[in-house]
Design a protein around this ligand. Sequence first.
Ligand code: MG
Length: 444
Amino acid sequence: MNRRNLIKGAGLGLATGLFSMASKTEEAIASEYAKATKGLPRLKITNVKAILTAPQRIRLCVVKVETSEPGLYGLGCATFNQRPLPVAVAVDKYLNPFAKGRDADNIEDMWQNAYTSSYWRNGPVLNNALSGLDQALWDIKGKRANMPVYQLLGGKCRFAADCYTHCSGRDLKQLESSVRRAMKENFRHIRIQLGGYGSPHLSEKPHFKDAEFGLSSDSHMDPGPYVRATIKMFEHIRSACGEEVELLHDIHERIPPIQAINLVKELEKYHPFFIEDPFAPEDNGYFKLLRQQTSTPIAMGELFNNPHEWVGLVSERLIDFIRVHISQIGGLTVARKLAALCEWFNVRSAWHGPGDVSPVGHAANAHLDLAIPNFGIQESVRFSDKTKEVFPGYPTMKDGYMYVNEAPGLGVDIDENLAAKFPLPEHPGYWSPVRRSDGTAVRP
Ligand code: MG
């Protein structure tokens, strides 16, 4: 009997013993368990490495943790599309020597000590590296227990994760047909945007380009045209597509806070499911003013890295959906605690789930979605055929729901040889500048 089956057998034996001999003392149970698992070597971490790949031209970073049990490894998501190389260095040059030789089983202990191993902490690069290690340890734990990770987290609260999809169009007609297509695919929650974030195509005069300020490739948007068009967009889609479909929208932080407050107030009558990121994280102080003005549900947090950014917003009941990017806050260990904090303040989850989360990260999102009582909604993603080949076991979509498979752990593997055939694009990757007409930088 191999070790995994032996442990499983020990667990079953223990459960049967508990059932049949209710009068057994705790000491007897502990001694029975110790006897059943006696002699098992501790599972050690032998290597931690970053794997960079871009099958969909998005810079994915996945961490592989190998162990002293031959063939037993775990995978975690450490994807930071705009700065992948520093994350890989943090994993290979710092977390690998830190973690090597330590117990793979003690996830919480590892998280606490790896978190402070840089002394300075809570930045996006190190949080992503930590997430890669952390999620990989949960994957290993699931494989050891012969259970999917959602079972380790307490089991299912729902059969699958209800998702929203993205619809956009340069004008109302295009957007409406995109929404109708999504409704035909049985999505009940749809995010609507007119063009790119802040509807840059509606802003007319990029005067900074005439003045040769910045680069001609820099984007342009102005708050006025965007705000006016967004109100008309909600009015149109509500009247064209009915009251039943749930509508979401992402302001993406691009307008001055007081204009965002006015916009969210105006949108209240169209009953949005949520309005996302009305303010940049630097403007968290505006949420109290927003709450006094409107009951429109608010989602916030995809740029958060630090607990100081979310604890106050949650505990003061200033947001309705927590929308962090799980690898940006340090992985599953911290995300499940954040979910538990949110539960007591009736804040629901809406984990960030765009293309720049690897299929391993999407699986981590979905396992947590299944297991928490205060799940709200999940952002869905479409993997390309190449991505699906590199990551067998990826989460799947049906009728607007996301499913994970029942394989032990996170359920997603990586074909490393194939991953190597999709190197990162030559462009280093950064968030392109967006400017107002006069050239002023817009904060995303
Ligand atoms: Mg967003």
